[in-house]
Ligand binder design. Structure first.
Ligand SMILES: *Cc1c(COP(=O)(O)O)cnc(C)c1O
Length: 415
């Protein structure tokens, strides 16, 4: 049978941004509402659209691009691995996985690594580990384990995870949900204490709530969670999928309070912006509750992912990116402080990561994002009138000041 689909011709005219956006509508599920820019190329902190217009990337793939687009060391690691071995499945060993796990354990100061692919899978994996640990080690009666999570959390999009979301958009219409989760206000140790009991397997929180608007908890909260979970004999699971790997000026955001969780969830930047790579990293005596056959992933720990992940670990082991995030974080905070009262009503920032609340009179976060786009800056709203700023950690001080200048201009024009 001959195909009725015409073969794409090499000399067919390339489609414009507007044509490509229109072409998506009938064939692509409407799960996103992207800003109207069609990116065709990128390098470092800069992207270029189909028409050759350049934009400074102040979103960095929700922190999946902490090292910028196509960091040479990461691209080289990927190319080298593509030429040698890409996939084995875990039915066999591959020669890249041991080094990746050793490097990631050393980087985080933790014992053991469970490699997965996406962030949501790391969260799901941690839920399974925590439950199994509760039954086998803590002695919680079968099927009674609970996990305490925070209001306004974002941990991913699977049915179990959206079941303990408090965002109606994420949750409504997707039930019935997995039982066994308790939701408490974030940054409230008393509420957490009241929710934890003898059935509690784990407390699962983001050290900084990213999607909620880069909510940084009070000093002492993470230490309090650590002490409380230790006292209660349950696990502290830190979702560092967005906050981790240099973003806040440390390898992990929990380091700001000198805290070591039992399990740390990593994703996003772990794949260097090239491939999806996630991991649960934690205590050996906890991760050892999983035995062969009880959990797995066809792609988890594949040689390409391990090669890129190892290169990411090597970049972070230099400390350069953490240092840049801390130093440029000062520039970011100073720039935002100068905009308070000039369209900015408040902001929260740590390292190269900020949630900026814009006066709703000026516009929604979406509208500000569109106006920034027209100024050559890519940024995305989180909720309402909050803009998230999270440039690649390779951004220069000058580029950062330019982006803040564009934000100031956009706010001044509308004020
Ligand atoms: C993005 C994110 C996830 C989910 O990661 P995916 O790779 O999109 O599944 C989980 N937790 C946090 C904190 C995130 O920011």
């Amino acid at each position: 049978m001959t195909s009725v689909v015409p073969a794409p011709s090499a000399d067919a005219p390339a489609r414009s941004s507007a044509e490509l956006i229109r072409a998506e509508e009938p064939v692509l599920a409407h799960t996103y509402h992207p800003l109207p820019v069609v990116i065709a190329r990128a390098e470092g902190a800069w992207v270029e659209d189909v028409e050759g217009r350049r934009y400074l990337d102040m979103l960095a793939g929700y922190s999946a691009l902490n090292f910028g687009h196509r960091h040479p060391a990461l691209v080289e690691a990927a190319h080298r691995q593509l030429d040698r071995l890409t996939l084995t499945s875990r039915a066999f060993h591959n020669d890249r996985l041991a080094g990746f796990a050793e490097g990631l354990a050393a980087l985080t100061g933790l014992d053991m690594v469970l490699p997965m692919n996406t962030g949501a899978e790391a969260v799901e994996s941690a839920v399974k580990v925590a439950r199994k640990w509760a039954y086998e080690v803590k002695g919680v009666p079968a099927d009674r384990a609970t996990i305490v999570v925070a209001e306004n959390n974002f941990h991913g999009r699977t049915t179990t995870i959206v079941g303990f979301s408090t965002d109606p958009l994420a949750r409504d219409g997707f039930g019935p949900f997995t039982p066994g989760f308790r939701i408490v206000p974030y940054n409230d140790l008393a509420a957490l204490e009241a929710a934890v009991d003898e059935t509690t397997a784990a407390v699962l929180i983001e050290p900084i709530q990213g999607e909620a608007g880069v909510l940084v908890p009070d000093d002492g909260y993470l230490r309090g969670v650590r002490e409380l979970t230790r006292r209660a004999g349950c696990l502290f699971v830190a979702d560092e999928i967005q906050s981790g790997l240099g973003r806040t000026g440390h390898t992990l955001a929990v380091e700001h309070e000198g805290v070591v969780p039992d399990l740390v969830l990593l994703g996003k930047a772990l794949g260097g912006g090239i491939v999806p790579v996630s991991a649960v990293v934690g205590r050996r005596d906890v991760l050892e509750v999983l035995r062969p056959g009880e959990h797995g992933s066809t792609f988890g720990g594949n040689p390409l992912a391990a090669a890129v992940g190892s290169a990411v670990v090597e970049l972070l082991a230099t400390g350069e990116f953490q240092r840049r995030a801390a130093e440029l974080g000062v520039v970011l905070r100073e720039g935002l402080a100068a905009l308070v009262g000039k369209g900015v009503v408040g902001y929260r920032a740590r390292g190269l990561w900020a949630g900026v609340d814009v006066d709703p009179v000026i516009g929604s976060g979406r509208e500000i994002g569109e106006r920034l786009l027209a100024e050559g800056v890519l940024a995305k709203d989180t909720h309402g009138s909050t803009i998230r700023l999270a440039p690649p950690l390779t951004v220069t001080g000058e580029e950062l000041r330019d982006a803040l200048g564009a934000l100031g201009k956009v706010l001044a024009e509308q004020a």
